[in-house]
Design a protein around this ligand. Sequence first.
Ligand SMILES: *[C@@H]1O[C@H](CO)[C@@H](O)[C@H](O)[C@H]1NC(C)=O
Length: 160
Amino acid sequence: MLVLLASIFVVHIATCIMLFVSTIANVWVVSDDIHGSVGLWKNCTIGGCDNVLSYASEDALKAVQAFMILSIIFSVISLVVFVFQLFTMEKGNRFFLSGATMLVCWLCIMVGVSIYTHHYAGGYGTSYFKSHHGYSFILTWICFCFSFIIGVLYLVLRKK
Ligand SMILES: *[C@@H]1O[C@H](CO)[C@@H](O)[C@H](O)[C@H]1NC(C)=O
């Protein structure tokens, strides 16, 4: 039981960190032919990450940014609530509040990454001849799976 809780805790922290990294790193789509990548905020080339994203003002991108930020916030809130419940909740109860918060985080990731996949993941708007998914994009899908598993486990587990 303690081992299980400890491992969920570790995976939860890892998920928060991965969400943060993938949101701020501009490596969602990477070029195969030139040295460059784009993310949610910037367009990077060998000279640095200061080119404007051609679709920076599109609502779809703003929605992805907003949902990714919300998912970070909810995953951190869920972690704080879990630690709080670990110390204050009566034995035998379920970690319902942290589970519900984590599932809200999961929903935010799902909406954000779905919009991104639909609109931008194929390299739209980039001048790349060929491109592939960057690590941010992959990390976000991993977080999508992890946040669901963590959320469900919190709902199922009882405090011993
Ligand atoms: C990124 O910058 C390059 C060079 O300025 C430009 O050709 C390309 O279209 C830009 N890509 C996006 C997605 O903004």
